[in-house]
Write a protein that binds this ligand. Sequence first.
Ligand code: ATP
Length: 364
Amino acid sequence: MVANQQSQRVAVIPGDGIGVEVAEVGVNVLRAISERFGFKLDFDWLPLGASHYLETGETLTDEMFDYLKNECDAIYFGAMGDPRVPDMKHAKDILLGLRFKLDLFVNLRPITLMHPEMTPLKRRGMKDLEFVIFRENTEGLYVGMGGNFKKGTPDEIAINEMVNTRRGVERIIRAAFEWAKSHHKPRVCMSDKANVLSYAHGLWQRVFKEVSSEYPEIQTRHLYADVMAMEMVRAPQDFDVIVTSNMFGDILSDLGAELVGGLGLAASANLHPGRVSLFEPVHGSAPDIAGQGVANPLAMVLTGSLMLTALGHKEAALFLDQCVQQVLTQGEVTADLRRSLGQSTEGALNTQAVGEALIQIIKS
Ligand code: ATP
């Protein structure tokens, strides 16, 4: 999508728990950025979430899905999960529903150190921790195929199927190579567990080899997922782009998030290039801290930056990232980041105050 003078419509789904708190800050920050850069974003707040589900029984209606798909340019999503809905029915219908129905096959998770002291790794600085994870987002163990037999008895059998299609594997691997090429990143590493999952991840190995032959300028590497976890800690500077399956991507990207400051800074994009895409922080609704005003809004803000890039506002996105770096440097952060820095949480800012500090920087 290319930015133009017309406004772009962003559907905002704050969701539940801290999702609501961080979405408010995220939208205020995006408003400030769009004013500074002279483009227009039209935010449409949608009530989808646990309260709406409990009141109406609705999760994601066909009408709502059509609206999001056909009339919005992007979806800015907070988080979903609420103790009042223990089976997470609404979250599964809405978030997984959107991922699958919009066929958002790329889950892009940048791992970027934005402040030199935010990493728990010794002797590692900002230039050592700058890579992206391409997590396959529509297949693998997340398709919900399987079942129980003789449930609740000593003979119980529980099965979850892992689905890998040639088409699905090829498109995520190709997306990773295309991203590396367009961002002038020379290395792509694929991670699987083909030594155990010989059929499923044997397919990943074959497709990776085939697709990589089309990108001779890019260096390729393969690591089993367990070794990948070790290498991300031991030598993170060796990675530019990591591509992997749904489950391993989930786990490795949480590890990556901790290497650069934790969930409070971890952003993600669910993409299908050329289609309306969904942007959400990696963290969930965090019911333990919801309603206290202590949630870190920066993951949501950095998620907004990914959305700006996808909407064609690259320069504004880069500027927003710099403003986040400045707020970190100034120490105007929530308690979680103070803990990451080994500092006392006394004097930590609340969610809104971090947003206000950021907006002041944007406007200065
Ligand atoms: P869900 O089931 O919705 O994923 P969860 O509590 O299991 O929720 P997360 O929401 O990802 O998982 O959070 C894990 C923990 O990390 C939370 O309990 C919270 O203390 C902390 N956390 C997550 N996000 C933030 C944030 N933005 N700011 C501060 N702390 C956070």
